[in-house]
Design a protein around this ligand. Structure first.
Ligand code: SF4
Ligand code: SF4
Length: 373
């Protein structure tokens, strides 16, 4: 099992799509959901409890998460010194990575760092200077011997040209990434759709950009390279392996849960404080027997559910965007699946002729990449 360990709700960054949206959505009262707004600001349970909980599952993987988890460096070290997890991973904005000693950084199996593309775009979304600090820190951890998987985690919305930014991250003079994932900022806030231009952008920019990117990705295979572009890789692997049904690909609610700062277990980090969806507490729950929660309508009536998996349980349960708006998100999913499916015959030929291998498509699932953006 995989668990996000939410170390704090606090963050040292004020990104447009998170802090900025929260400021605009001040009347977003989550009516209809009982929310605990008084959760401890930092992890408040005994680390021994987490160790006992984790020990019950020999495959237990812990991902440090926040807010910004590196604001809780002492807790990270304490957990890594105490808990016998199979792997530790972290999702971070990267701003404080230089402050965690290499002996801990180098133990991360996977490190997901928030970066949205080139300097201009990253600083536009994340604040002036964010790009430079993150890049400097990444260079430093590589010099200090980090050899785990480093994944660039992009948040994508109207100012993003997906083809331009992904290809920039893959190959640039600053710091090139070999693993990239992106998630659409779509369906997570209540009132943002009206003030944004998601329809025009998704139809005229994002969907065509994905078409171009998938073709580029398949072209690279002609030279024997299968790039780790997670949304494309994950879907393609399912199609190539003839997988019959995919559950929610982030793992939320069935294999990848989250642990709040008070020790309660929740479906996923975004559902923090939503009391109706608490699944137990680490003091007495069995990690292997947690209740499973799956997506409901409209996903259950969708003709691409078996390949999409439902995109996001949080969006499915809370329905922050109305059906018409969310349908535009589903159109991006269908476009992604469709353009990848079109490339499958070419990819099969490349596998049959030995140019690439089916094993090149393997990756660690539930590593924080939701696959469906
Ligand atoms: S495309 Fe949309 S409706 Fe269909 S399964 Fe995915 S998220 Fe659900
Ligand atoms: S995709 Fe949705 S359900 Fe999955 S982890 Fe993200 S917010 Fe949670």
């Amino acid at each position: 099992m995989f668990f996000h360990v939410i170390l704090t709700g606090e963050c040292n960054s004020e990104c447009r799509y998170c802090f900025g949206e929260a400021m605009e959505d001040t009347d977003d009262d989550f009516s209809g959901f009982e929310v605990d707004y008084s959760l401890p600001r930092k992890m408040s349970y005994d680390v021994g409890l987490l160790d006992r909980f984790c020990k019950q599952d020999s495959e237990c993987v812990l991902t440090f998460y926040g807010g910004e988890p590196l604001l809780c460096m002492d807790e990270i070290k304490q957990i890594m010194d105490t808990v016998k997890a199979k792997h530790f991973m972290i999702q971070t904005n990267g701003l404080l990575l230089d402050r965690l000693e290499p002996e801990y950084v180098n133990r991360f199996h996977t490190l997901l760092v928030s970066i949205d593309g080139d300097e201009a775009l990253t600083d536009y979304y994340r604040g002036k200077g964010a790009f430079r600090k993150v890049i400097d820190n990444l260079k430093l951890i590589m010099q200090n011997g980090f050899s785990g998987e480093l994944i660039a985690r992009m948040t994508v919305m109207e100012q993003t040209d997906i083809y331009k930014q992904v290809t920039w991250l893959l190959d640039n003079g600053e710091f090139s990434f070999s693993s990239i994932h992106w998630q659409l900022n779509a369906g997570f806030w209540k009132n943002d759709f009206e003030r944004r231009d998601f329809k025009k952008w998704s139809e005229e920019n994002y969907n065509p950009g994905i078409r171009k990117l998938v073709k580029f990705w398949a072209d690279c295979m002609e030279n024997g390279v299968v790039l780790k572009l997670y949304p494309i890789l994950g879907v393609a692997q399912s199609l190539l392996c003839g997988e019959e049904k995919s559950f929610l690909r982030c793992g939320g609610g069935w294999i990848n849960y989250a642990i709040q700062t008070d020790g309660h277990i929740i479906i996923c980090p975004t559902m923090w404080g939503m009391k109706d969806h608490y699944l137990g507490h680490i003091s007495n729950a069995d990690p292997l027997k947690l209740r499973k929660v799956f997506v409901g309508k409209p996903c259950t009536e969708c003709d691409v559910l078996s390949i999409c998996g439902g995109r996001c349980l949080y969006a499915n349960i809370t329905k922050r965007w109305d059906a018409g708006a969310y349908d535009l998100v589903c159109k991006t999913v269908k476009n992604l699946v469709h353009v990848i499916a079109e490339e499958i015959p070419r990819i099969m030929t490349l596998i049959e002729t030995g140019r690439i291998n089916l094993r090149d498509f393997e990756f660690m699932k539930y590593n924080g990449c939701e696959i469906i953006p």
